[in-house]
Design a protein around this ligand. Structure first.
Ligand SMILES: [Ca+2]
Length: 320
């Protein structure tokens, strides 16, 4: 392409790239006055790049301006746009300056969707990961926009107990089931979604339709490196009597600080057996539990110790 036409194209094209906070985008605008200039090589990193779009994506972190050369397929990354004195004579380079704009195109959670005017419960697409994260992908999730103020991202839902929850480590890691029905969102998404300050809301519905709940003000899941260790706390509220995930009366059933276990990964504190294999589902077992929502029956002592009276449960989280 002739340099002039290329310049015109660049002047007209704004490049939009999602950055760390998925609600924010970096918009790059061409700087035609700097075309073919050889500028500030001191504060610059030069990379291979197949296209101007790829170069813009490479400029999403600690980068305010970039240059691209389509002749040699190189990308120049600048931490700031103070590019110093320009010297003519470096053919093929066109430069772009970025600004951050707010957008609701890629919501990170159901709360963001709710704040954006989506107030009907249902399945939505969220983007919890940074675009540079290897886990980055759109995620289908059920959003509860009705309960306790709405904006809840559902991470576990069992509508009846037909979907098997006795799954292996890999299945729990990425998630299984259907957000329109019963599902586990996945331990990796849980880690990502709980990085910000979130509350955990657990609800249970009996066969007679009566519902109970427990809300914990603090909930965080570590990464796979520490086996998705559970952190939960604050002063819980709700209508469930049992202590649930936090026990101050039974140290062997207190799930705070416990790693996740599945039938093929025994990370619990019961040396004689694998709680996940024994009880039939993945969970943050101690030795073993007072509350276990992923079993063949749903268990929450002393409220529900007989799964025959309880067949629906939801675990959902919301940023403070
Ligand atoms: Ca064990």
């Amino acid at each position: 392409m002739e340099p002039y036409r290329y310049l015109v194209m660049c002047m007209m094209v704004l490049i939009l790239v999602p950055i760390t906070n998925a609600m924010n985008y970096q918009v790059f605008k061409a700087k035609p006055e700097l075309q073919n200039k050889d500028i500030d090589k001191v504060n610059m990193t030069e990379l291979d790049s197949l296209s101007v779009i790829r170069c813009a994506v490479q400029c999403t972190h600690d980068c305010a301006c970039f240059g691209f050369n389509s002749i040699i397929n190189k990308c120049r990354i600048y931490k700031n746009c103070n590019l110093g004195d320009s010297v003519a004579g470096d053919n093929g380079w066109i430069y772009f300056a970025g600004t951050t704009v707010h957008s609701s195109v890629s919501p990170e959670s159901c709360k963001m969707l709710y704040k954006d005017g989506n107030t009907v419960s249902g399945v939505y697409t969220i983007y919890p990961w940074d675009i540079s994260d290897l886990n980055y992908r759109p995620l289908q999730v059920f959003c509860d926009m009705d309960t306790a103020g709405g904006g809840w991202t559902v991470v576990q839902r069992r509508l009846g107990i037909t979907l098997r929850f006795d799954r292996d480590w890999d299945a729990y890691q990425v998630g299984f089931g259907d957000p329109n029905d019963s599902y586990w969102l996945g331990n990796d998404p849980l880690h990502q979604l709980t990085k910000r300050n979130v509350s955990l809301y657990i609800s249970m519905t009996g066969l007679n339709g009566s519902s109970f709940y427990k809300e914990y003000p603090y909930f965080f899941i570590e990464s796979e490196a520490t086996k998705y260790r559970l952190h939960i706390g604050g002063t819980p509220t709700g209508t469930l009597v049992g202590e649930g995930l936090v026990s101050t009366t039974d140290p062997d059933s207190d799930l705070r600080g416990m790693s996740f276990s599945t039938f093929d990964q025994d990370n619990d504190l019961f040396t004689a057996l694998n709680c996940a294999a024994w009880f039939g589902g993945g969970w943050w077992f101690n030795a073993c539990h007072l509350a276990f929502l992923n079993g063949p029956s749903i268990y929450w002592s002393p409220d529900f110790v007989n799964g025959g009276f309880l067949n629906q449960t939801v675990m959902m989280l919301r940023e403070h």
